[in-house]
Design a protein around this ligand. Structure first.
Ligand code: SF4
Ligand code: SF4
Length: 736
C-alpha cells in the first residue's frame, strides 16, 4: 500500500494529477487523460526516448525533455501540446517518414469512423495502400494522422529491401520499419530470446536477425510478441493478411478460438510445460465436464488451427488433455461453485455429452435437473458408439459420477416422446439431446438379408455387452469414424479378415487420419473406389456385389464425387456386412419442434432455443452426427440460455485456477523449431485382437512436459499491454 509520502502532485495541461513517486511524466499524463504522442514508447518496455515525439515543456526546466524517460516531480507544471511542440513533433515525424512509405496518408476514406469504435480508415488503407502489406490495425498511421505531416522537407526514399517471407507465420517488411526498437526489446528483454537486433550503422541502420538468418534458423519461438508490439506493420502475421475477417485473438491464438467449447488451450498446454498438472486440468474443466473422454476421442479442431502446424507438427493438444485428466486429484473442486437451490426444475432428454453437460452446468446454477435416458447406461455416443479400446468405460463412469455429485439425476431406460408430459410434471424448461442413433440404410438390394447390420446398432450392441458374432470375414461399408470403429471392433470380436469398402479414396475419408492409420496397422483391408450394389445369401455366406468408382467433379461437400465405372462389378463373400454410411435422428412429433428436411431439430446457433417456447436442443439431434466437443459446446450454450430463462444470470463460466499468467521470460532454446511432436505409446498390434484393452497408453511425464514446451506460448501475446493510441482525428475534429 502506498503512503501519502510516496505520492506526488503535478499539473499537466491544467489537469491536476497525483501519482506515485517514480512515475514518468508520460504515465502521469496518461493517468490525467492527456494524450502525448509516442512511437517508440510501449508500456511493457523500458523507455529510451529514441523517437523524441513525446517531448514536453516543463516549467523551470531547460530544454524539451522526453516525457517517457522524465520522472514526474512534486509541483511540476507540464505543457504537452504547445505550437512549438507541435512543430517540432512534425519535424521529427518527417524524419521518420523520409523512409517510411506514406501513401496510406492520402486515403480519402480515413476520416470516416464506423460504429463500435471500428475505424474505417484502416479498412480503407488496406484496400488502397500498395506499400502496406500488413492488412492489420496500424498504430503508426493513426499517430501520423494525429500529429499531421505538412509539406515534407525531405523527399521520401524507398529503402528497396526485399519483403522477407521465408518463414512460416511471420512476414518482415523492413521498408515499413521506423526503427522504434520495440521488437528488439520485446524479444531480448521481455522474452529473453534476443534474435532481433539493430544491424548496420548510421543511415544504413535497420533491424534484423544476425547474418540475415530466417527466424527459424535463429531458433525463434514464433510466439508473435514482436508482431504484437510493432507499430507499423513491418512485422505482421501471415494469417492476418490471408484472413482479414479474423479477430486479433483468433490470429494470435487460433487453438483457443478453434475449440468449440472455448477451452483455454494455450494456458493448459503452458501449465503442463510448467509441471502444474492440476492447474492445467482446472483450466480444461472450466469449460468441459469430460476432460478424460475428450483427451481420448476429441476430433481436436484446435490442433488443426495450431500455429506450430505451419512450422512442423501441431502440438498434441488432445493427448495433453488426457495426460492431466489421468492425474486428477480433485484439486480443481476447490474453486468450483454450486449456487443455492432455485426451486426450478429442468428436464433433459438424453444422457449424452450435450445432455449431461447442460445438466451439469444447470445443476451448478442451483436448478433441479433430471436427465431421461432411453438406454440402460449414460454417456450417449461416448458410451454406446465409441468402442472401449478408445474410451474405457471407467473413464466415462468417473466423469459422469462427478456430474451426478453436482446434483444431476439420471433416469435410465426411460424414453420420452412428449415435451407436454414433462411440462405437466412441473418442469419449467426442457433440453432435447436425444442424439442421432439410427443407422442409415445402404439403399441396395438385399440389405434386409440376415447378417447385414448397420454400424450404429452393431457398436451399440457390443458396447451394451451383447455377445455379437460377426464371423470370420467382415465387410464394413463407409469411410467415417463409425465405419473405422465397426471394422476395428469386428477384428476384436474374432474376425480373421475385415475389409473397409469406401466409394472415394483415402484422402476423402471423413474419418480422422489417425483412426484410418490405426485401422491399417491392424491389417484391416482398405478397398477404395468401390460401392455396394447388391447383397444376397447362399451357402451360409453373404455375397456382396460392388461396383468400381472413379472420382468426378467436386460435389456440395467439396469432395470429388464418386462416379460408377461401367462393367466394373465384382463380388466378394463375407460372413457379416456392416453398413456405416451415417446416422439419422429420430425426433418424435411430441417434441413439437421445427425440424429440417433431413430430420434434425432447428435451433438458434447462439442459444440453442427451438421453435417451442421453453424448449432448447443440442448435440447430434441438431447438428446431425458430429463431434463430442461440438455436443458439449451446445450443452454449454443451452445451459447459459436456460439459466437466464429461469431467472439466473446465464453466467456459467468459472475460474478454477488462480495461476493464469504466462511468464514472459522464456529464453532462447537452440533447435526449438525442429522439436518433433511426441508419439503416443500404443498397445502392440499383436496384443489387440480378441480384447478391448485401451490402445493409446498415455504419455509419460517427461514426454508430456516436452510436448508442452514445444508450444510457442502464443497466449503470452495477449498479455502484452496495448500501446496507447492517438485519438482519432476524425472524432477530435468532428469530421463527418
Ligand atoms: S520492425 Fe516494427 S517493432 Fe521492430 S523496430 Fe521496426 S517498426 Fe519497430
Ligand atoms: S503453438 Fe501452442 S499456443 Fe500456439 S496455436 Fe499451437 S497450441 Fe496454441
Amino acid at each position: 500500500m502506498l503512503h501519502m509520502a510516496d505520492m506526488i502532485k503535478l499539473k499537466i495541461d491544467d489537469v491536476d494529477v497525483e501519482v506515485a513517486r517514480g512515475t514518468t511524466v508520460l504515465k502521469a499524463a496518461q493517468k490525467a487523460g492527456v494524450y502525448i504522442p509516442t512511437a517508440c514508447f510501449h508500456p511493457d518496455l523500458t523507455p529510451f526516448g529514441g523517437c523524441r515525439l513525446c517531448i514536453v515543456e516543463i516549467e523551470k526546466m531547460r530544454g524539451l525533455p522526453t516525457s517517457c524517460s522524465t520522472p514526474a516531480a512534486e509541483g511540476m507544471v507540464v505543457k504537452t501540446n504547445t505550437p512549438n511542440l507541435q512543430n517540432l513533433r512534425r519535424d521529427y515525424l518527417q524524419l521518420l517518414l523520409t523512409e517510411h512509405p506514406h501513401a496510406c496518408l492520402d486515403c480519402e476514406r480515413r476520416e470516416r469512423c464506423g460504429p463500435n469504435d471500428i475505424c474505417l480508415r484502416n479498412v480503407a488503407v488496406t484496400e488502397r495502400c500498395v506499400t502496406c502489406p500488413a492488412n492489420q490495425h496500424c498504430e503508426f498511421q493513426r499517430l501520423v494522422d494525429y500529429i499531421g505531416v505538412g509539406e515534407m522537407a525531405l523527399p521520401y526514399k524507398f529503402r528497396g529491401m526485399p519483403v522477407d517471407d521465408r518463414d512460416p507465420l511471420i512476414v518482415r517488411d523492413y521498408n515499413l520499419c521506423i526503427l522504434c526498437g520495440r521488437c528488439v526489446q520485446m524479444c531480448a528483454d521481455v522474452r529473453g530470446i534476443g534474435i532481433y537486433s539493430f544491424i548496420k550503422r548510421g543511415i544504413e541502420s535497420t533491424v534484423g536477425t544476425a547474418f540475415n538468418r530466417t527466424l527459424k534458423e535463429s531458433s525463434c519461438r514464433f510466439c508473435g510478441a514482436c508482431v504484437e508490439v510493432c507499430p507499423t506493420g513491418a512485422l505482421f502475421d501471415k494469417a492476418a493478411k490471408e484472413h482479414p475477417e479474423l479477430s486479433r485473438e483468433a490470429v494470435a491464438v487460433p487453438c483457443h478460438y478453434k475449440c468449440p467449447a472455448g477451452i483455454n488451450v494455450p494456458l493448459y498446454v503452458y501449465q503442463v510445460a510448467q509441471g502444474k498438472y492440476q492447474d492445467s486440468l482446472a483450466t480444461v474443466r472450466e469449460k468441459v465436464p469430460f476432460p478424460g473422454a475428450l483427451g481420448r476421442v476429441c476430433i481436436h479442431p484446435c490442433e488443426g488451427g495450431c500455429r506450430r502446424g505451419s512450422l512442423n507438427d501441431p502440438i498434441s493438444i488432445r493427448v495433453l488433455k488426457r495426460f492431466v485428466a489421468d492425474r486428477d486429484t480433485g484439486e480443481w473442486k476447490k474453486y468450483s461453485r454450486k449456487l443455492p437451490a432455485t426451486g426450478k426444475k429442468v428436464a433433459v432428454i438424453g444422457a449424452g455429452p450435450a445432455g449431461l453437460t447442460a445438466g451439469y452446468y444447470l445443476a451448478k446454477q442451483g436448478h433441479g435437473v433430471t436427465v431421461f435416458e432411453q438406454f440402460p447406461v449414460a454417456g450417449g455416443m461416448m458410451r454406446v458408439g465409441i468402442p472401449d479400446y478408445r474410451l474405457p468405460p471407467a473413464v466415462l463412469d468417473n466423469e459422469i459420477d462427478i456430474i451426478k455429485e453436482a446434483g444431476v439425476e439420471i433416469k435410465f431406460n426411460t424414453r420420452i416422446d412428449s415435451v407436454d408430459s414433462l411440462f405437466t410434471q412441473g418442469y419449467q424448461a426442457v433440453f432435447l439431446a436425444p442424439g442421432a442413433h439410427r443407422g442409415m440404410k445402404l439403399g441396395v438390394e438385399g440389405e434386409e438379408t440376415e447378417g447385414v447390420l448397420d454400424g450404429a446398432s452393431f457398436l451399440r450392441r457390443v458396447n451394451l455387452g451383447e455377445k455379437v458374432n460377426a464371423g470370420d470375414k467382415v465387410a464394413v461399408i463407409g469411410g467415417g469414424n463409425v465405419a473405422i470403429d465397426a471394422a476395428r471392433v469386428a477384428l476384436r470380436l474374432g474376425a480373421k479378415e475385415v475389409s473397409l469398402i469406401y466409394r472415394r479414396t483415402r484422402d476423402e475419408m471423413p474419418a480422422s487420419p489417425e483412426e484410418v492409420e490405426a485401422a491399417l496397422e491392424e491389417k484391416i483391408e482398405l478397398v477404395i473406389l468401390a460401392a455396394p450394389l447388391k447383397i444376397s445369401r447362399s451357402n451360409g455366406q453373404l455375397s456382396l456385389v460392388c461396383q468400381r468408382m472413379e472420382l468426378g467433379e467436386p460435389d456440395a461437400s467439396g469432395r470429388r464425387r464418386p462416379v460408377p465405372v461401367k462393367g466394373s462389378e465384382f463380388a466378394r463373400d463375407f460372413s457379416t456386412i456392416i453398413g456405416a454410411i451415417g446416422q439419422a435422428t429420430d425426433i418424435p412429433a411430441g417434441f413439437q419442434v421445427k425440424t429440417s428436411k433431413s430430420g434434425i431439430i432447428e435451433a438458434n446457433a447462439d442459444t440453442m432455443a427451438t421453435s417451442h417456447a421453453g424448449v432448447w436442443a443440442g448435440g447430434d439431434a441438431v447438428s446431425g452426427p458430429a463431434s463430442v466437443i461440438g455436443a458439449i459446446a451446445a450443452g454449454r450454450k443451452a445451459a447459459g440460455a436456460i439459466d437466464k430463462y429461469l431467472g439466473g444470470s446465464g453466467e456459467i463460466d468459472e475460474e478454477l485456477t488462480q495461476d493464469r499468467r504466462f511468464t514472459m521470460q522464456c529464453g532462447l532454446v537452440e533447435g526449438f523449431p525442429e522439436f518433433d511432436r511426441v508419439k503416443m505409446p500404443e498397445l502392440p498390434v499383436a496384443q489387440r485382437a480378441g480384447n478391448f484393452n485401451e490402445v493409446e497408453l498415455g504419455l509419460e511425464e517427461t514426454a508430456a512436459v516436452f510436448e508442452g514446451r514445444r508450444c510457442f506460448q502464443c497466449g503470452c501475446r495477449l498479455q502484452i499491454t496495448p500501446a496507447p493510441e492517438a485519438p482519432c482525428i476524425a472524432r477530435s475534429t468532428d469530421v463527418k
